[in-house]
Design a protein around this ligand. Structure first.
Ligand code: ATP
Ligand code: MG
Length: 566
């Protein structure tokens, strides 16, 4: 049946690279499957904060719905009360919104369906497809069999329907202690797929649930819950990561046994990124053990962490769009992510001058007490972003690294006798240095050429280097937080993440100097510190203290990797 016109092919469709999931959806629409409807969902478990792996899934689910004129739900798969919390629910809602997606009035919780799931369990018991089992969790595990051996059938497998109904009802009403009994599906203990070997559907657990409180003493397992939730919500394409491929037959078994709508599950590859960890469980450990300052530590790959660090939703969406989806797990180079951050910030970040590791420069022939406003462009390629003035005076700061007393070969920045350009200001020449008792340079003395105002060559003579500076008298002192990768290795080598943490993942420079134009900038305002990197104002900033995060360095190492590989 051809598309009956319910779904308009949106304009964005042609611009989005095709992938196998889109192809399946297009095929389904063309064949009138689900009446041409497209309905997806993003189903997080609220047991931690979202990370950039989740962003891939969010962009995919919400993006496909949008592109095909369909809908996408946000649903919390909250079946495990002992690990789930409202804090996580709130953070997830906030993060999905921040990424730019809207579930309208379709915010759901698996726990909304607990009663329905219970009734369906009774239906399965009545159909002879579920039974109460008295084996302990350990015994269930031991009798599951191996890849070569079938599992052993539970001695309780052939209880009568009446007995099962009675026991299941008593499990619910609290007659038995935690873990004493489970409700299991009666499928096939010899199935080559372990998920089909009489999986547990319900366990007895006295734990307070973040939404249903103490209403329930039994909780449904994720595998029993997930497919039915999708079914209830009329999900057409249930998109999830590859590890659920083996669970698909079980989800199908439940909805088919119950005779309810069967969503089509499609699996895609999990996002992995080098030098970081995308697992809520491991990220939680970093938080709990105090290796990071919290879920929103800017070194964390969580959406709250990268947001604080200055990554933008636009950049994350572009990144997720460009990594594609496939049927094979791989690993994406971290610099490829950073490349997208730079691409976006390059367009929007106002340029300013800041010195992270300052050394003092005194311009001997510059008048005492004089201060000149130097005109500086806010963006080199976008005049629409305007300009500002930066005060210049006799004593300035430059980066310690922009001066060498004994310059190595090919070092063209400031050194004794060498002339360089101060960006937007003047040509200066180094004439002498002042050292402390240990021989370390504490002050660099220079002369300037008054004819080079604005940094323009007065007579066509060339300088090989332009460096940035900040007037000492006008500078604002700030704390610069410089981040490096969270992990030392490209990919985690073992489960012990603590061992693999990069000890230099955070460097704090508390005596950095910045031009006064940034005064009053609000948290998360983006800047490019010329020649240094992209930075944003951290939420730790107060009236007295200014803190900047280095979002990303300027050098695009991905561009290099890309060149090498082509
Ligand atoms: P984690 O291992 O970090 O706890 P999870 O898969 O258990 O992840 P869920 O809350 O169950 O986390 O995930 C919600 C959705 O996000 C699922 O559909 C899952 O497939 C998807 N997802 C999780 N991690 C990734 C990832 N790294 N790449 C792509 N999708 C992911
Ligand atoms: Mg999970």
């Amino acid at each position: 049946m051809p598309n009956d016109g319910l779904i308009e092919t949106p304009a964005t469709l042609e611009n989005t690279p095709s992938n196998f999931i889109r192809d399946i959806i297009i095929h389904d629409i063309e064949n009138g499957k689900n009446g041409g409807r497209v309905h997806t969902r993003f189903p997080p478990e609220p047991n931690g904060y979202l990370h950039i792996g989740h962003a891939k899934s969010i962009c995919l689910n919400f993006g496909l719905a949008k592109d095909f004129g369909g809908k996408c739900n946000l649903r919390f798969d909250d079946t495990n009360p002992s690990k789930e919390e409202t804090e996580y629910v709130d953070s997830i809602i906030n993060d999905v919104r921040w990424l730019g997606f809207d579930w309208e009035d379709r915010l759901f919780y698996a726990s909304d369906y607990f009663e329905q799931l219970y009734q369906w369990a009774i239906q399965l018991i009545k159909q002879g497809q579920a039974y109460v089992c008295d084996l302990t969790a350990g015994q269930v595990r031991e009798t599951r069999g191996t890849t070569t051996e079938p599992g052993a059938e539970s001695p309780y497998r052939n209880r009568t329907v009446e007995e099962n109904l009675d026991l299941f009802q008593r499990m619910r009403s609290g007659e038995f202690p935690d873990g004493a009994r489970t409700l299991r599906s009666k499928i096939d203990m010899a199935s080559p797929n372990f998920n089909m070997r009489d999986p547990v559907m319900y366990r007895i657990l006295r734990a307070e649930h973040h939404r249903t409180g103490n209403d329930w003493l039994i909780y449904p397992m994720y595998d029993y819950t997930h497919g039915e939730c999708d079914s209830i919500e009329g999900i057409t394409h249930s998109i999830c990561t590859l590890e659920f491929e083996d669970h698909r037959p079980l989800y199908d078994w439940y909805v088919e046994s119950l005779g309810i709508h069967r969503p089509q599950q499609i699996e895609f590859d999990r996002l992995n990124v080098t030098n970081t960890i995308l697992s809520k469980r491991k990220l939680l450990l970093l938080v709990q053990k105090g290796f990071v300052s919290g879920w929103d530590d800017p070194r964390m790959p969580t959406l709250s962490g990268i947001r604080r660090r200055g990554y933008t939703p636009e950049a994350i969406r572009a990144f997720c769009g460009s990594i594609g989806v496939s049927k094979k797990n791989g690993i994406i180079e971290f610099p490829f992510l950073e490349h997208h951050i730079r691409e976006d910030l390059n367009k929007r970040a106002v340029r300013v001058m800041a010195v992270i590791d300052p050394i003092k420069v005194v311009i001997d022939n510059y008048p005492d007490g004089l201060s000149e406003p130097m005109e500086a462009a806010n963006h080199p390629d976008d005049v629409g972003m305007g300009s500002r003035t930066v005060p210049f005076s006799k004593v300035i700061y430059i980066e310690r690294d922009d001066f060498r007393e004994v310059p190595p070969a090919k070092y063209f920045r400031l050194s004794p006798g060498r002339e360089v350009r101060l960006r937007y200001a003047y040509f200066i020449t180094c004439i002498s240095v002042v050292k402390d008792e240990n021989g370390a340079v504490t002050e660099v003395h220079c002369t300037y050429d008054p004819a080079s105002r604005g940094g323009n060559s007065p007579d066509g003579r060339k300088v090989k280097s332009t460096i940035h500076w900040v007037s000492a008298e006008h500078a604002i002192t700030f704390e610069a937080r410089l981040y490096e990768s969270l992990l030392l290795e490209d990919a985690p080598q073992s489960d012990d993440i603590a061992e693999q943490l990069n000890p230099n993942s955070l460097t704090v420079k508390s005596d950095a100097k910045i031009e006064p134009s940034v005064k009053g900038a609000k948290p998360n305002t983006h800047f490019q510190f010329e020649r240094v990197g992209y930075f944003n104002v951290d939420i730790d900033s107060t009236g007295e203290k200014l803190v900047f995060n280095r979002t990303v360095q300027l050098r695009d190492t991905w561009a290099k990797i890309d060149k090498k590989s082509t």
